[in-house]
Write a protein that binds this ligand. Structure first.
Ligand SMILES: Nc1ncnc2c1ncn2[C@@H]1O[C@H](COP(=O)(O)OP(=O)(O)OP(=O)(O)O)[C@@H](O)[C@H]1O
Ligand SMILES: [Mg+2]
Length: 261
């Protein structure tokens, strides 16, 4: 794929990162966020799936052919085959562009797994630079992080404009919110705004969950209901982008995002 026409070379796209305990709804929130940005013409959007068990492509209805992880493996395999006159960095950057899956209003980059032996520092540094340059081609970058927060904990130098921490209506998930908040502080991550989304929760939050949420110290942005439209899309394997017009969760999240973006 050829790189998109530059959005704004001097200005980084706003970075929205989604984090939270496993299964709480991170990918759903990331996909609905992308959807809202497209709906409100805040494009182009770069969606980054930083979960080795990647599912954001399915949620967005984008078929994933290449991942950065596969690309790394290929790169190690073809190390001896750098075309004459090209640097290793140039070959890698070309391949990274090829890993971008393009769709209407949004491109998707899937990190995939870091497999195999060997030191990835060199490649990861090139990848970080590539992502930083790439960010300036987009108005928004939305990152779906994995539950372990590996990428967040790998000292991202980039400022996070909005960190959305997702929890379900459980004390365990709310506790994980506290740990994520501690981690972002410990790593001195540059996070401009940090909010909690309580997903699949009743509007009347249980006292134990509420107490844990308050302890976590991340302000509650909104409570999303268990949404039958999302469940139906899930059961049918349909992408969230195509079916969400009637989803109350999509509308609620859109409104809440507008209040903090
Ligand atoms: N508000 C909601 N209403 C109904 N179903 C939902 C809602 N939020 C998420 N789900 C469903 O719950 C399941 C888990 O959601 P999702 O995949 O977004 O979580 P996750 O945090 O990304 O999980 P993982 O840690 O495995 O990546 C999915 O089947 C999703 O469709
Ligand atoms: Mg997920």
């Amino acid at each position: 794929m050829r790189p998109r026409a530059r959005y704004n070379q001097r200005c980084m796209g706003k970075l929205i990162a989604v984090a939270g305990k496993g299964g709480t709804g991170k990918t759903t929130v990331a996909a609905l966020t992308v959807r809202h940005l497209i709906e409100t013409n805040r494009t182009p959007v770069l969606a980054v799936d930083a979960d080795p068990n990647y599912t954001l492509g399915d949620a967005l209805g984008i078929r994933v052919e290449k991942t950065i992880g596969k690309l790394r493996e290929e790169f190690f395999g073809e190390r001896a085959q750098i075309p004459p006159g090209m640097t290793k960095e140039a070959v890698l950057e070309r391949n990274m562009h090829a890993a971008l899956e393009e769709s209407k209003g949004v491109d998707l980059l899937v990190m995939g797994r870091q497999e195999g032996p060997g030191c990835y520092c060199y490649l990861n540094n090139i990848l970080r630079r590539f992502l930083e340059t790439l960010s300036s081609d987009y108005r928004f970058v939305v990152v779906d992080n994995e539950a372990g927060m590996e990428h967040l904990s790998r000292r991202n130098t980039r400022k996070i404009d909005l960190l959305l921490v997702v929890s379900d209506h459980s004390v365990k998930a709310a506790r994980a919110v506290g740990r994520i908040a501690e981690l972002t502080d410990e790593l001195k991550l540059d996070v401009a705004k940090k909010y909690l989304i309580l997903n699949r929760a009743p509007s009347d939050v249980a006292p134990d969950v509420r107490a844990e949420v308050e302890r976590a110290g991340v302000p509650l942005l909104l409570t999303l209901p268990d949404d039958a439209v999302i469940s139906r899309a899930d059961a049918a394997g349909a992408p969230l982008l195509s079916t969400m017009d009637a989803a109350p969760a999509a509308r609620l999240l859109g409104r809440a995002l507008d209040s903090v973006l």
